[in-house]
Design a protein around this ligand. Structure first.
Ligand code: GYE
Length: 332
């Protein structure tokens, strides 16, 4: 009996450990930051969305810098591979490991109440990073740190209006991000609200490309196949999908940035390069370098001195003629 029990415990422990190695190995991340069981370090457990885009990689790298920025902190990292259930498992494991802070970048907005209640019951503060989470009880979230996605969508629409004017007739193709994510919902809302003033702007195509290059290309190919000669504008919820779409446009025999005006969000180097090459027209910046701010907020929470529950990152807008000069300054 006893041996059987011990075996069960060992199997369970191996499964939990394996989950973390498995999560961590995705997207080039091979190691989980070491645990602090023997030290007094404060531990942040970070449940990341995945590794779907250049933006995401930059965010992961920035947050993994935390133990280097402050040696009193340790980080446990889990890659959710774009699946909410993986993120929920990671949070439960962080609770079991009694981390000091849980940082969650939620893949989608809803469905977090139960697991965040478990964190609250375990008295572990939760910081939501980047994308937001909608919960029925606000006390489940200690702080939010991220961008205003709606504002980004508005800025993207403004880039189109600046170029063509409100009275132009335009056929717009939209590449949506991950359905149900704050980044997708907010950007779509901001853009659509802004073009309400433009009676002849029509979104003739809209589909998700899940924020990846491969899907961005695939969906753009389908758009072009059915409406290739009608599309004047491509509005992409992130750069990576636009990078894929630019390939599709070139393969179709059109000139991206000329035949089709392109705007996207993020500001990754590859997109600045494409814009400097004349293949895209506008970038709305979204800042992924959230590590230093997450550290700051975590310290404030642990010291009982949180000054602001909602922390917004500062972001810019860039047009094609600024791309060459800005390229050397890009950090992601
Ligand atoms: O724009 C996209 C990524 O949540 C702001 O997610 C983030 C978005 C970003 O996959 O590239």
């Amino acid at each position: 009996m006893k041996i059987k029990k011990l075996f069960g415990v060992l199997v369970a422990a191996t499964l939990v450990a394996g989950m973390f190695v498995g999560c961590g190995s995705q997207g080039g991340d091979s190691k989980t930051t070491s645990s602090n069981s023997s030290s007094k370090k404060k531990v942040i457990g970070f449940a990341q969305v995945g590794a779907e885009s250049g933006w995401r990689t930059a965010e992961t790298e920035s947050i993994k810098e935390i133990p280097k920025l402050d040696t009193n902190f340790d980080l446990k990292f889990s890659d959710g591979q774009q699946k909410q259930e993986n993120q929920i498992k990671a949070i439960r494991s962080f609770i079991a490991q009694k981390v000091d802070i849980i940082a969650l970048d939620p893949v989608v907005e809803t469905g977090w109440d139960t697991v965040l209640k478990e964190a609250k019951d375990a008295k572990i503060p939760v910081v939501i990073v980047d994308r937001n989470a909608k919960v029925s009880d606000e006390s489940l979230i200690t702080a939010f740190l991220g961008s205003d996605m709606e504002e980004e969508g508005k800025k993207a629409a403004q880039l189109v209006i600046d170029k063509f004017g409100k009275d132009a007739s335009l056929n717009i193709a939209e590449l949506q991000g991950t359905v149900g994510s704050t980044a997708m919902i907010g950007r779509q809302k901001g853009f659509n609200e802004t073009i309400k003033d433009c009676p002849n702007y029509k979104i003739i195509k809209t589909q998700t490309g899940d924020f990846t290059r491969a899907k961005g290309k695939e969906v753009m190919e389908a758009f072009l196949k059915s409406d290739g000669d009608k599309i004047n504008v491509l509005w992409s919820h992130n750069d990576d999908m636009a990078v894929g779409a630019i390939q599709a446009i070139e393969e179709y025999g059109k000139k991206p940035g000329q035949d089709i005006f392109i705007v996207s969000v993020d500001g990754i180097k590859d997109m600045f390069q494409l814009m400097a090459d004349g293949k895209s027209n506008g970038i709305v910046e979204c800042n992924p370098l959230l590590g230093p701010q997450l550290l700051e907020v975590s310290k404030q929470i642990l010291d009982g001195k949180l000054t602001d529950k909602n922390i917004k990152s500062k972001e810019g807008v860039f047009k094609q003629d600024q791309a060459k000069a800005e390229l050397p300054n890009r950090k992601y």
